[in-house]
Write a protein that binds this ligand. Structure first.
Ligand SMILES: [Zn+2]
Length: 252
């Protein structure tokens, strides 16, 4: 089963609506695919947040405020029936607002993450296709780092990982997920690793996060005020080794 097919079925799996055979096929895919497993987890979290919100009863103070606002608009119609109806409506309005904001927040966080990762992979692939995309070709971090001066509003740390078998190939300024950032190119045998560096701007990784998209492995982490996103078709284990070294050498 392919990811696209599995994703389509996650909702039905969550709701226990799948035929046993299909269910088994999806579960088998989830075992092998951390991406889809993560998507299911996120779906679970979102749905349980919504379920909780639906059970939410407006606190008395909020209910009173909404009631007052509604009654002010209906001077003279203060019958018992009206008050009951508006009390119900007040609770309902609160539920809709809360449910909507939770769902929106969950969806937008997920979308933002996914967008940044997809964009990073796309930028990495573009750089593989276009050798001219390199801004500065150098294996010396003392050349590469100053090269960014005046081109970006931050200064990326550039580590020398040549002794560990990850030579620096060059760097460029790239535009990814709606912002300019530093793209550092490292090599490993015939593989290329692009490390995108940008200010973290509130989006911080407490621990490095590993994902994969379209056959590329991605590791994201925060070091100091900067977020790093390494993308490569290098195997996950060696990319983790690379990310660990990078963190060690650029960490403050
Ligand atoms: Zn999958």
């Amino acid at each position: 089963m392919k990811c696209e097919e599995a994703r389509e079925l996650l909702g039905a799996l969550h709701d226990n609506e799948l035929e046993p055979q299909t269910r088994a096929a999806v579960l088998e895919h989830l075992q092998a695919c951390p991406d889809c497993a993560r998507a299911l987890k996120e779906l679970d979290a979102l749905r349980s947040a919504i379920a909780k919100a639906e059970r939410f009863v407006a606190p008395p103070e909020l209910r009173a405020r909404i009631l007052r606002a509604m009654n002010n608009r209906s001077v003279g119609i203060a019958s018992w029936r009206w008050r009951t109806t508006s009390a119900l409506a007040a609770s309902y309005v609160a539920v809709v607002i809360l449910t909507g904001s939770i769902a929106y927040r969950a969806a937008s966080v997920h979308f933002r993450d996914d967008f940044a990762v997809q964009e990073a992979v796309a930028a990495h692939v573009r750089s593989l296709l276009d050798e001219r995309a390199v801004g500065v070709t150098s294996n010396d971090q003392h050349t590469v780092r100053p090269w960014f001066g005046g081109k970006l509003d931050f200064s990326p740390a550039v580590a020398n990982l040549e002794p560990e078998g990850f030579p620096l190939l060059g760097a460029r300024v790239d535009y990814v997920a709606n912002r300019y950032l530093a793209a550092l190119e490292y090599g490993r045998r015939n593989h290329k690793i692009t490390v995108f560096v940008a200010p973290s701007e509130g989006e911080r990784f407490a621990t490095p996060r590993r994902t994969s998209r379209n056959g590329y492995n991605i590791i994201e982490w925060t070091s100091g005020d900067l977020n790093y996103r390494a993308v490569s078709d290098l195997n996950d284990q060696e990319l983790q080794e690379f990310a660990a070294l990078m963190q060690q050498k650029t960490g403050k």
